[in-house]
Write a protein that binds this ligand. Structure first.
Ligand SMILES: C[S@@+](CC[C@H](N)C(=O)[O-])C[C@H]1O[C@@H](n2cnc3c(N)ncnc32)[C@H](O)[C@@H]1O
Length: 302
């Protein structure tokens, strides 16, 4: 993971968080917003250290923060001002209407990835007890969401990162999802069986892309973001191996960068997929390319 020296910016002179015995929720909210954070983030951080809900931050705004809460809040505000993602500070991010635990070991779920879920559910329509494989599961959002939305599905999920799998397993437990997790280099440790659907959101940012040094990406695991090459290496590997793992008529869905739609369609067509299509995300960018395994005799299991 990319590490950045973080020198906490100086907090305002009026910093009341130095053991103020009468610091109220109202004072704390005002101070955090005054330190330069948006009001919404101020509410989230004060809510996090006090355990108060958004409504309680209003109805109990005269509650006093104890010393430990003040120290924790000061630390969180410093880290946020230094650019650390809110999701890592709160330890949670919502995806497809469900809360997922996240931490520095996993990619922070993106709303754009919901388009993969929508298309995956459409691909599974009419299939009873479908077998689903999620490659590079990270926090588990794709595998767990599909397992929750389709409780009859048999879902496997892989990642090469033990830290990611630990978080994914915890999320599956919290959300009551039945998923079999595997430590695996793409298809390497996947059991020799066929799937109705393979989904993946692999690392697809090219090495040297300036976005890797900006915003939240600076704090996310670099191996979850980039293939350290042209951005297409992992998409190529997954597309090339998919037909030997899919049932005839099964689907492959791959998330990719906004400018990789044409390359992804080419990869799937070259690999032998039919009905190749690309789905756009909420921002109208090409985001997810899929294709169907031909109906003729499938390739031997590899
Ligand atoms: C872009 S993240 C996606 C995580 C999650 N699916 C999501 O959409 O939020 C890519 C994931 O692929 C995993 N990964 C990278 N290389 C891998 C490999 N060779 N085999 C399996 N997983 C890999 C990373 O650890 C990371 O969790």
């Amino acid at each position: 993971m990319t590490q950045h020296p973080v020198n906490p910016p100086a907090l305002p002179d009026s910093d009341p968080l130095a053991g103020n015995p009468t610091l109220t929720v109202r004072d704390a909210l005002r101070w955090v917003a005054g330190a330069g954070l948006p009001v919404l983030e101020a509410r989230m951080l004060v809510g996090l250290v006090t355990g108060l809900t958004r409504t309680q931050l209003i109805t109990r705004d005269a509650d006093v923060l104890d010393h430990g809460q003040q120290q924790r809040l000061t630390d969180l505000v410093r880290r946020r001002l230094a650019g650390e993602p809110m999701a890592y500070l709160t330890g949670e991010r919502e995806f497809y209407g469900r809360p997922f635990r996240v931490g520095p070991g996993v990619l922070i779920p993106r709303p754009d990835t919901e388009v993969v879920v929508q298309r995956a559910l459409a691909c599974l329509e009419g299939r009873h007890a479908p077998r689903v494989l999620d490659l590079g599961t990270g926090s588990g959002i794709l595998a767990i969401t599909l397992a929750c939305e389709r409780p009859d599905a048999l879902v496997w999920a892989t990642d090469i990162s033990p830290a990611a799998l630990e978080i994914a397993r915890e999320n599956a437990g919290q959300l009551g999802a039945q998923v079999s997790f595997l430590l695996s280099d793409w298809y390497g440790a996947v059991p020799a069986q066929r799937f109705d659907l393979i989904v993946s959101n692999p690392p697809y940012i090219a090495a040297g892309d300036p976005h890797l040094g900006q915003g939240d990406l600076r704090f996310e695991p670099v191996d979850a973001l980039t293939d350290h090459a042209d951005g297409l290496t992992d998409l190529r590997t997954i597309a090339a191996g998919a037909l030997s793992r899919l049932e005839a008529g099964g689907w492959l869905l791959l998330e990719h960068g906004h400018d990789q739609g044409a390359a992804a369609r080419e990869l799937l067509a070259t690999a032998g997929f039919e009905a190749v299509f690309t789905e756009r995300d909420l921002g109208d960018n090409e985001r997810c390319t899929g294709g169907r395994a031909p109906a003729e005799a499938p390739r031997a299991l590899s």
